[in-house]
Ligand binder design. Structure first.
Ligand code: MEV
Length: 430
């Protein structure tokens, strides 16, 4: 496996970038041709994936460089409409890399399926009966997915609780299922539907909803990285800020997110900028990840940040993230979307857990990059520089005009549509 530490990837031509990725991920000629198609999904594929298809929507697919996770190098495919996300992730990964990169650990891939029981006369008695019969229920659930069981997964445990609602008490059954390399929704939903009639018999109630929970508290990833004061200081070209100062400012920013829900929300949005971009590039259900992440962020009674930061003994900054990550390599778009297939090949991931670890590492990198910029120079400078090309296009620029106008606006530090229009007119009048 080659190195993901590539300086100036953004300065290289498309052909050069593709050649690097081809070599790194051992892509074949067809895969490279697929990437170059700019419309790689055929109508037939799209029409099989969703209903009533009339076209395909496209997003840029970028490559984040510099990622080293558990000692392995990754080039990370990211699909997003937002400028500066890929650059920011690469920058943060470059800083973390100087201290051995990210250490990530995913828990076993256990998802929760929920069965809602209503009209249960005696909830306590029902719970007792369900728990006494949990082995029979688990065996019944497992009969619905022998393949999953063959691969070491399957239903493992039953938990129960009651909730008080406006429509009376309800008994809620949680079926814990090890879904191995699947995201798990299909397996879990089928199992919940399979055991529901038995749960009705045991509880004397009626089963209503039988559905996976996206709050995957048993399927989480923890990632840690060290960002040294020396590398942080060097990461600012002008170098007018000391590493220690940058760290103090980032710690202030972290405390803001840890103690203020309005800031925590934006902080976590930044994390999801990274997580979702990899999810989309690799055909994952980004809405499930979003829902799980935000619910997880409020589990301790208040909504807070998914990351945390502190100083180690040497005074370097340590960043950590813990979040649920329900991703899969079997079933779903990762197997049907041609570009998502290539995305996972570029990553070189072997298991869903490995994908989860990469995605959480990108989330931490994205958050660190945002805090580093916000706590010091602000994000607008870098963001607007990258956004300048979009502004030029909005003003009507085409081809080479886009780069020329964007560069001029960046140099003038005046990145606005009205200025882009003036510059375009000047170019056209030449
Ligand atoms: C923008 O998409 C994301 C940020 O707002 C995240 C943050 O504030 O931490 C920059």
């Amino acid at each position: 496996m080659g190195t993901s530490e590539i300086s100036g990837f953004y300065k290289k031509s498309l052909e050069e970038r593709l050649a690097i990725v081809k070599e790194f991920a051992k892509l074949d000629k067809e895969e490279i041709e697929e990437l170059k198609k700019y419309g790689a999904m055929s109508f037939e594929t799209a029409d099989r994936m969703v209903e009533n298809v009339i076209g395909t929507q496209q997003l840029p697919l970028g490559i984040a460089t510099n990622f080293q996770i558990n000692g392995k190098d990754y080039l990370v495919p990211m699909s997003t409409e937002e400028p500066s996300v890929v650059a920011a992730a690469s920058k943060a990964a470059g800083i973390a890399r100087k201290e051995k990169g990210f250490k990530a650990e995913a828990s076993p891939p256990v998802m929760i399926g929920q069965v809602q029981l209503v009209k249960v006369k005696d909830c306590e008695k029902a719970i007792n009966k369900i728990e006494k019969n949990s082995r029979t229920l688990i065996d019944l659930a497992n009969k619905a997915d022998p393949v999953l069981v063959k691969f070491g997964g399957g239903a493992k445990k039953i938990n129960t609780h009651t909730i008080d609602t406006e429509r009376g008490k309800m008994t809620i059954v949680h079926l814990l299922v090890d879904v191995r390399d699947a995201m798990g929704a299909n397996a879990v939903n089928t199992m919940c539907e399979t055991i529901a009639p038995e749960l009705e018999k045991l509880s004397g109630g009626e089963a209503r909803l039988k559905i996976i929970s996206n709050l995957a508290i048993h399927r989480t990833v923890k990632v840690k990285a060290v960002f040294s004061k020396k590398t942080l200081e060097e990461s600012f070209k002008k170098g007018n800020l000391k590493g220690e100062e940058i760290i103090e400012q980032i710690l202030d920013a972290y405390q803001f997110a840890a103690n203020d829900v309005f800031r925590a929300c934006t902080n976590n949005k930044g994390i999801m900028n990274g997580v979702d971009a990899v999810a989309i590039a690799c055909g994952q259900d980004s809405r499930a990840l979003e829902a799980g992440a935000h619910a997880f962020a409020s589990l301790k009674g208040k909504y807070t940040t998914l990351t945390k930061y502190y100083k180690d003994k040497k005074g370097n900054l340590v960043g950590e993230i813990e979040m649920p990550m329900a991703v899969g390599l079997v079933g779903g778009a990762i197997k049907t979307s041609p570009v998502a297939k290539i995305g996972s090949k570029i990553l070189g991931i072997k298991t869903a857990n490995e994908l989860a670890e990469v995605m959480a590492a990108v989330g931490l990198a994205q958050n660190f990059a945002a805090l580093r910029a916000l706590a010091t120079e602000g994000i607008q400078r870098g963001h607007m520089k990258l956004h300048a090309k979009n502004i030029a296009v909005m003003a009507g620029a085409k081809g080479k005009q886009v780069d020329e106008i964007a560069a001029k606006m960046a140099a003038e530090k005046n990145i606005r549509v009205d200025r882009a229009k003036e510059l375009l007119k000047e170019l056209e009048d030449k």
